[in-house]
Design a protein around this ligand. Sequence first.
Ligand code: UN1
Length: 493
Amino acid sequence: MKVLNFIHGEWKASISRQFAPVINPANGETIGEVTVSIEADVDEAVKSAKAAQKGWALVPAPKRAEVLYKVGYLLKERKEQLARLLTTEMGKVLEEARGEVQEGIDMAFYMAGEGRRLFGDTTPSELKDKFAMSVRVPVGVVGIITPWNFPIAIATWKSFPAIVAGNAVVWKPALETPLMAQELAKIFEEAGLPKGVFNVVHGDGPTTGNALVEHPDVQVISFTGSNEVGRIIAEKCGRRLKKVSLEMGGKNAVIVMDDADLSLAVEGILWSAFGTSGQRCTACSRVLVHEKVKEELENRLLEAMKTLTIGNGLDESVKVGPVISEEALQNIDRYVQIGKEEGAKLLTGGYILRDGEYQKGYYYAPTLFTDVQATMRIAREEIFGPVVSIISVNSLEEAIVVNNSVDYGLSSSIFTRDVNKAFQAMRDLDTGIVYVNAGTIGAEIHLPFGGTKGTGNGHRDSGIAALDVFTEWKSVYIDFSGKLQRAQIDIDE
Ligand code: UN1
């Protein structure tokens, strides 16, 4: 299958004529080819978006929303088929792939509802017979750059609010996962979105992504990916005074207090750490456990990890799928070596699976380190794989200090039966998302998603907050006094 760009409602290959293979990470098979774009393709897509946006912004928002409702129904109708394709292309297990498509469905209906709200504010004027209000207006052309770990959900978090608010989109999906991008574009096409409002340009970051970031007619960049790339994008957008929203990963911790329900904590850690093979920006990669229950938690975790069947995510009995590529395997393994050198104690895992059915895919054994110091690199840097570090603490206060000591601030969680500790943690954990008695993953689409420090730049995906990225405020004053009233001067009349 050849995956092409989608520009102004047409499917076309890049003028580069170059293609990259699309690989199923479960078995290394080539399942398609994707066109690799250059600047000129991006320029064409931006021109198409710019032309289409003007008309789209004039369509009443409730009518724009009708397209999103259709998109939602189409996603729902095709949920199973899309989930299977997602697993084949990206590797996450089927159950999670279904969950990811569900995020898209939820986002479609949620943002379609915004078509009948898009609330602005009315505000009293300081002058008589004068009316004041502020309304949300579209920004124009939105550039979206997304990672491979959530090939459809993240695109829906960004494009649905952008489109309902009256913007046009140029999306550069990850080169590893173009098939899901193609499916989403087809769905928009079938739902009757006018040509040019949603465009897809495939390519790599340095050329295609960069062209989008540098293009003068793109007013907003919404990016999810690594901190390293996010900083480059932020600098470039800064120079151009371009609005930019960044979501860049995490080093998320589960705190387990001595009064916690340990069975529940084990379930939460397992799900958050090894779901998606640890390749979520919300993945749990640190466990901060009270020293009184450390040994018991370790034993229970080790026991529970024996149930983690590893393999092709299309097999419903599999719990942990492959990671995305050989490069990812090597990166994870490098971190495991660093952990050992730093003096952390390896309890289980710590190796690449190469035998038998694992030979052709990219599988890493779920890995547990203990006696990890908060200052070690494995406890501070994002690994993006199934590797967890257990750190011992002796109080909630210490757990909070350790949690907050990393450069990231996306998600955190506490397991405790003490309501006072739960509220204290909620207040003092410095992440954008906090869970009580649940793991670090599983954010719902109608709440703001994002984080502090190295995770982001103050913006949020999802929830109503997403509209702040894709709209500008316009303040409107209507004077019906029939005379010139000067603000700040004629206030005593
Ligand atoms: C991501 O890993 O980039 O909360 C997104 C979660 C999912 C989204 C993760 N709803 O884990």
